[in-house]
Design a protein around this ligand. Structure first.
Ligand code: ADP
Ligand code: MG
Length: 328
């Protein structure tokens, strides 16, 4: 059973960035407007995510990190109108089985906050009072301590730096979809990335990307056949002057599905593919004449064209997450 648990956990929690993603999503689900992320040794010694959200109710504490526990779903109807990122109740339990976890939390009903140390099964092993204010702080120590091969994979400086870059890209994406969220990222005690609170998505883009980069991008908003799916984001202009920025065109592509940033290549959903193609058509004109970059115009079917375009702009679509509230 221990092995099975470890195996399934290591599929949810594959890297530092996957821990950060799960913890940030929990903070957002808890209504946080402020998230501070602290990493030590690229996250392998310590990942700490502190939020000012609702906190965890005392009654939920014993089960919060038990696999498949979630406070977010009460009925199958809830599943159909998901408004939270989390719903599987898998993240905290999985993180507990591959690291050492401390959770400090306080709701507005609590007088003071409490720090809980969790064991590898997600049970509370000990607790003590803490001075922290309302919200939740999750501290993840010694990530992959029991998965030496996984740890070894990240042992080079290059891999570590890549991982840090991925964390920054993740924060950039959440920073853009949540204009009113304040975020800081600290690595080994130095603040290496931050975003202040701003009024809208465009301001959020400017604040994380800078005006020069923004000028080389086009915003889009697209309604799909399925009214439940909303596609939006920013793509680089076809003729954009790459000297303005050190970012490549793929780094200037931001695609959100129902307000969730899309950044993995694995799952491609037909309807979304279709929608992205339409967006690209409206931005770049009819296919294939104005496709940026070189392409053989003869005998390509629309699927090829799409693939070509995805390579150009690196619009990678997948991971159909639960819907966030689109507050645009
Ligand atoms: P899920 O997000 O799918 O519900 P998780 O394992 O990520 O599952 O979290 C389990 C539960 O712990 C959540 O349902 C929530 O009740 C609680 N929780 C976790 N992180 C936070 C947080 N930052 N603020 C408030 N509650 C949290
Ligand atoms: Mg979660």
């Amino acid at each position: 059973a221990e092995t099975i648990r470890l195996l399934s956990s290591s599929q949810v929690i594959t890297s530092v960035v996957s821990v950060v993603k799960e913890l940030i999503e929990n903070s957002l689900d808890a209504g946080a407007t402020n998230i501070d992320i602290k990493l030590e040794n690229y996250g392998f010694n310590k990942i700490e995510v502190r939020d000012n959200g609702n906190g965890i109710k005392v009654a939920d504490v014993p089960v919060m990190a038990i696999k498949h526990y979630t406070s977010k779903i009460n009925s199958s109807e809830d599943l159909e109108r998901l408004t939270t990122y989390g719903f599987r109740g898998e993240a905290l339990g999985s993180i507990c089985s591959v690291s050492e976890v401390l959770i400090t939390t306080k709701t507005d009903a609590d007088d003071i906050s409490t720090q809980y140390a969790l064991d590898s099964n997600g049970h509370v092993a000990s607790q003590k009072p803490s001075h922290l204010g309302q919200g939740t702080t999750v501290t993840v120590l010694k990530l992959f301590k029991n998965l030496p091969v996984r740890k070894q994979f990240y042992s080079t400086n290059r891999k570590c730096k890549e991982e840090l870059k991925k964390v920054q890209d993740l924060l950039t994406a959440y920073g853009i979809i949540k204009p009113d969220l304040r975020i800081t990222l600290t690595h080994n005690k130095a603040v290496i990335w931050q975003k202040t609170r701003v009024s809208d998505h465009k301001m959020a883009c400017m604040s994380v990307l800078g005006t020069a980069v923004m000028g080389s991008m086009v915003p889009f908003q697209h309604c799909c056949e399925d009214p439940e799916i909303n596609l939006s984001g920013f793509l680089p202009k076809a003729e954009s002057d790459s000297s303005l920025t050190s970012l490549s065109s793929s780094e200037r592509s931001f695609v959100f599905i129902n307000n969730r940033p899309v950044h993995q290549k694995e799952i491609l959903k037909e309807s979304v593919l279709f929608a992205v193609e339409n967006v690209l058509k409206s931005l770049y004109g009819p296919l294939p004449a104005t496709v940026p970059g070189e392409m053989d115009k003869t005998d390509v079917n629309s699927e090829d064209m799409f693939v070509h375009r995805t390579e150009q702009t690196d619009v990678v679509v997948n991971e159909m997450g639960p819907s966030g509230n689109d507050d645009r």
